[in-house]
Design a binder for this molecule. Sequence first.
Ligand SMILES: Cc1cc2nc3c(=O)[nH]c(=O)nc-3n(C[C@H](O)[C@H](O)[C@H](O)COP(=O)(O)OP(=O)(O)OC[C@H]3O[C@@H](n4cnc5c(N)ncnc54)[C@H](O)[C@@H]3O)c2cc1C
Length: 461
Amino acid sequence: MPASTVQLPLDELRARVSGRVITPEDDGYDEARAVLYDFADRHPAAVVKVATAQDVAAVVDLARESGLELAVRSGGHSGAGHSTTDGGLVIDLRDLSKVEVDAAARTAWAEAGATAADVVAAADAHDLAVGFGDTGSVGIGGITSGGGIGYLSRKHGMTIDSVIAADVVTADGQLHHVDADHEPDLFWAIRGGAGNAGVVTRFQYRLQPLGDAYGGMLFLPANAATIACFIAAAEAAPEELGTIANVMNCPPMPFIPEELHGSLVIMGLIFWSGPPADGPAAIAPFRALATPLADFVRPMRYPEMFPPEEPQGEGAPKFIASSRILFMTHVDRDVAQSIIDTIATAPSHMGVAQIRVLGGEMARVPADATAFAYRDAPIMTAVAGLTFDPAVREANERWVDAFKASLDQGYEGAYVNFINDEGPDRVRDAYPVATRARLAEIKRRYDPTNLFHRNQNVPPA
Ligand SMILES: Cc1cc2nc3c(=O)[nH]c(=O)nc-3n(C[C@H](O)[C@H](O)[C@H](O)COP(=O)(O)OP(=O)(O)OC[C@H]3O[C@@H](n4cnc5c(N)ncnc54)[C@H](O)[C@@H]3O)c2cc1C
């Protein structure tokens, strides 16, 4: 049921925007209100498929004037369900998704409703790239606003480190063009500030040369030694190598012998962006850890690192994921053994530790250059419990809390894009004191009434 008691001025909304306005009375409402996660099953008063930056400004104005709650959606992948609302307005950017590459200048303007896969594919057509995360369907609006950590972070920094300009609609409905020389505070806040400062309608990215590359999925048997050595190899590797080590019980993959289904594995995702001929040598230390159970690492292009995402059929069971994020300093054999022991106790028997070695260019960017400040975090680990059974969700939530606590090595902080609906204290963890103070001060100037609060919220100072 809509939570808002404010009446939607529908005729006025339709008169003000050129994009489609979809209300509960319209065909396609259920499709329009759907986001990635079923738990965020909310009923907005209207979903506005904005067609222009002016539409975004018009919806912002109307939300501010009417008091209707406002949610902003790019790819709809928010783990907190922030990109929808009960009874309010959703700015749905997905029709605003044009990507224009200037190959000579090695830059791209991408409208904020594009997905990571859209931008990566457009750049790849010119042997260029900008790094996003591990999933193509993630919206560039969300991942870029929060930071962006992926296979190219060690070589080229986070996604925000490639942002050179943006257009932003602030809470007063004004459209700002921001870059290092124009409204630098606002430009700073949209790079890591998780949508607190305004709605970005398009980003300009710096692109890097990247054509043929080498990468893919490597399944290894997991034990304390292979896990610790995988992480050591990732730390020792040249910065052109990006890895994700998923330690988990082997899913029933057809290419893995049946007797190994359920056994502990490392599902390694590995991408080498250096010269393709050097790829096999860069991957060799990982292949040498154990006889691989499956080895799909091969010559490829960067867009091929995004796994195919089959749309789930109507009524098909969906994973319910409980996850927590933490930064770590090391994963040695003792830590690896503790990960193994905890995964063995997962309530749903589907526990995962996803370990990413960071550093490189991501760490060289000064901590005050963007609103993401945990630049020197050596390792980021997401622990997750997956289930198809809603009744197990609560047990999984407690289990991931304990799993995270068991891995605490004293590195404070969190990555805002991997926080779920975990309360204001956890949002506070995403920003060191000075970063949070600056963000709150910029929020006071650009959004004094906290119009943009359906996000990992930093209230105005
Ligand atoms: C399967 C999966 C894999 C992921 N892998 C990675 C990964 O490898 N690396 C990584 O860094 N992250 C990863 N993420 C996290 C992801 O970056 C965040 O969930 C991100 O917020 C999703 O962006 P979205 O646009 O799809 O989400 P949405 O739900 O559309 O938006 C999330 C929030 O972002 C803000 N926002 C969105 N668009 C804009 C905009 N145009 N202007 C201002 N604010 C905006 C709003 O506050 C909104 O509530 C992953 C998430 C999922 C679900």
